[in-house]
Design a protein around this ligand. Sequence first.
Ligand code: FES
Length: 354
Amino acid sequence: MTKAVIASRKPFLVELQAGRAYSWCACGRSARQPFCDGSHAGTGIEPVRFKSDADGEAVLCGCKRTGRVPFCDGAHNALVEKYEEAGADEIQASASIQVTPRSGGSTGKSLLDGGCYVCTIDPESMPRRGNVRLGPVINAGDGARSLSQWFMLVEPGESDALGFPGSEVVLFLPAGELELTISGRAFHVGPETGVFVASGEAFRVANRGAASLRLLFTVCPQCPEPVWTNAMPDNFDSAIPARAFGVDPSKREPMADRFYQVLNGEENGSREVTQFIGEVPRSRAAAHRHLYEEAIMILTGEGFMWTEAARAAVQPGDIIFLPRKQIHSLECTSAAGMRLMGAFYPSGSPAVNY
Ligand code: FES
């Protein structure tokens, strides 16, 4: 059988209609990509017929190497040694774009195009409850449609229990150690660890050290306010026993010269959000889009977040809100590279872009 040829090193964004049948080109020879035009005749490769369950956009594979036929799964990134970087034209066209300063006020946002922004968290501006300060850094009022993100400063001691009714919560501890109790079940959480809290569960955090800790919650569907309680419910979902996932080199997925590791996703309980850690070398990615809405925290390294006509400086601890389909590019200017945590809805692979 002839091998499929690479029709495109990027996927195709298409609009699908519910119930309609499609034939995805598997041989790579069709002139009507990503769909079949009959050019597979004689190759021994058949098109893949599928029906869409719903109306909506989808990202279909163009490289014909996907493991999730007919959808892109990011396999196209393995066809090159270097992740696609901004070309000379893109760099020249944006050379005069000035860095957008942070606004005044407690959020300290740099507003970019399409509702994208970068903000520097100011815990002192957030309301206190016992040993914690808690406030939203991404919410409906910021233009987010599906997820919200909350920041908690945890001083030594134990917090009251809280939950986000009707929402799944994915926590992230960038550094330090804490004890987390989820609906009566205790977990030890180390640095760069993501933790999943199922819908309906509550949690409390205990900081046994001397220094304050920073904690991020990605909440989906977004929830305007948490609900606090003194009584921890006893409704831990034991169908999902493992909850805390840290850095594991054996789970690193290459994306050309970049890496990512999914911490939480469909495989371990989270139906709404995929949470990952990524590593970016000194580079500026070519402008691209995702079909998902994303919240990013910079862990190490510095650089810029670019949109069409704006850019903002980013440094460790900063949060980036990236609306669905917003064209963007993240530039790392640090010689040692950049590490980041991303959380996005709907869940999937962080390697899928177009
Ligand atoms: S285009 Fe083939 S996997 Fe993305």
